[in-house]
Write a protein that binds this ligand. Sequence first.
Ligand SMILES: *Cc1c(COP(=O)(O)O)cnc(C)c1O
Length: 406
Amino acid sequence: MNAKNSVKNPDASLPSTPYYLLDEAAIVANMQIIARLCELSGAKALLALKCFATWGVFDVMQPYLHGTTSSSLNEVRLGYETFGNNADVNSKDKKETHAYSVAYSADEIPEVLSYADKIIFNSISQLNAFKDQAAAQGVPVGLRLNPKTSNSSFIIADPARPFSRLGEHDRDKIAAVLDDITGVMIHNNCENDSFEAFSESLADIEARFGDILEQLEWVSLGGGIHFIAPDYPLEKLAERLKGFSETYGVQVYLEPGEASIHGAGSLVTTVLDTMHNEKNLAVVDASIEAHMLDLLIYRESAPINAINEEAINILPVNTDKSADMSDNTIIYGRSCLAGDIFGEYELPSTLKVGDKIAFGNAAGYTMVKKNWFNGVNMPAIIIRRLDGSIDIQREFDYQDYKASLS
Ligand SMILES: *Cc1c(COP(=O)(O)O)cnc(C)c1O
């Protein structure tokens, strides 16, 4: 499944920065945790493409997952082409391709249905508009429910925020369309690392919708469960999911995005300049707004996981707490956004022009969101394969920038 222009580079000499570096071994380690969770619980796991869609590594993910889920026509097509189209429809190895969108346009529906094994509508009005077409194609239909509670510490990412458009909440209205659906999708967690909080919110869903769930064949519980954390009680989660599945007689699906690739990628940059303004400043050849946009959206900072190719784990300092911070270094991106900041750090030594800084946690919600703001060079996508070899999967140049506009 490698791109045609993929280059085998056995002596591991890497191209110039910036680049995203994906580590297949780290992805597989996450996959094994997901597969274990599925084995213990009976749940099926679908990769949420909106988080991670770098299909050059799907070969190593496919054996562990049951398919993909999507947020748009483009994603469902990508999922079908790169993940779901791999086996005979009757084969047990057939991967599922789930379709969901906050809102489909009428002209997208025939193509979406041509790729989808299930289609999940966000609202009853969309369900009513398109259910007959889905039935004609033999594609099972689902509806997104909004339980009006969530485990998300960010209002911008909270599906249960006031006046939310994400799913239906009215029990009577949902009960009235039960004949048209075989399942539901509920996504109300965001990087939730507390099993207790997850379990309580599932209990809440059961109390609210239990009699509805009983009449369904499948329930997708979405993504955002941080079961990948080393101290997460995976067995308890599995038991909870298994019990849920047995109580209501449903196939449970999970839609892990972040959990699939957590810790499996970095953004490797080079220091272009250093300055001093009460603290040490460094400017690198990438940008959070263009290449790690979630740092900006969620006002977070990136960990550093290598300096000059030496592995090191430096967490950003909490600038609310530390007293004298004049020796700290703020690492800036090279876009003109004043607040284009990767983070503030206590570093073992002062940075110099030419130093290579690798930021961690750069696989999810990065490559899918990268953009050409400021015309800053687009990081290449590099894959460290399971055998240790390095593939330059994709490089971008001026022509790509130009072609993205007109
Ligand atoms: C975002 C999203 C996911 C994936 O969430 P992660 O936090 O990356 O696991 C899964 N399902 C739906 C419906 C989503 O919107």
